[in-house]
Ligand binder design. Structure first.
Ligand SMILES: [Zn+2]
Length: 214
């Protein structure tokens, strides 16, 4: 089973990847949204973030940007950060390096096409959290930072209830945590319940939500 809180030992062992920014700022949290952009769900997320003056980081699938450039444009114009999540959501451990890296480059190109060169993506989140050392070394050379996570909402799991999803986040979040949600159809039931409550809970406690900077 995938833990909703990333164990410390794992973070220490793979310390070249970013799991959290605990050392950076005490009262800051980093919300991340994977697998969009899509109509309605991504738009719901944007509305919620703007209500709380929060910034997030969207790890976009290139093919979804291609299909919904208008929604991608809203993410950019509202000054959230975007990262590369491959063109077709590939599994690193099942894909040879050449195909995998080409798929990342395809996503990079489409991000640059719609976001402009100044928004060249430098953040990468591997689908399923799968990355190998050899692929990491190539990405590092290309200037990418690998962003993993500290807290998983498990919003996509059909056997996780909305309230359980919310509790995963409330109970596991610490200052500097990187929290994963999904702006996908699969996750929308849990996301639409948990996200507004997470924003409200931590805003009341004095936390700020910031985008991950390159
Ligand atoms: Zn994903």
């Amino acid at each position: 089973m995938i833990p909703s809180k990333t164990p410390k030992v794992l973070k220490q062992f793979f310390s070249t990847y970013a799991w959290d920014f605990a050392s950076k700022k005490e009262n800051t949290l980093y919300l991340t949204f994977d697998d969009g952009p899509i109509p309605e769900v991504t738009e719901f997320v944007l509305e919620q973030l703007s209500k709380y003056n929060a910034k997030g980081t969207f790890f976009c699938i290139g093919d979804n940007i291609r299909r919904h450039p208008d929604i991608f444009d809203k993410i950019i114009s509202q000054e959230h950060a975007v990262g590369n999540h491959t063109m077709n959501h590939l599994k690193a451990w099942k894909t040879n390096s050449e195909i995998y890296l080409k798929n990342i480059m395809d996503c990079e190109q489409i991000i640059e096409k719609y976001a402009g060169n100044q928004n060249k993506p430098t953040l990468f989140r591997p689908p399923y959290g799968q990355i190998s050392y050899s692929k990491f070394k190539v990405l590092e050379k290309l200037g990418y930072k690998i962003i993993l996570w500290d807290v998983l909402s498990k919003d996509w799991e059909s056997n996780t209830s909305p309230e359980t999803c919310l509790q995963y986040v409330l109970q596991n979040t610490e200052p500097g945590s990187i929290i994963v949600f999904h702006d996908s159809l699969k996750a929308s039931k849990n996301l639409t319940y948990a996200l507004p409550r997470v924003l409200e809970h931590f805003t009341k406690k004095g936390f700020l939500f910031e985008a991950i900077s390159a």
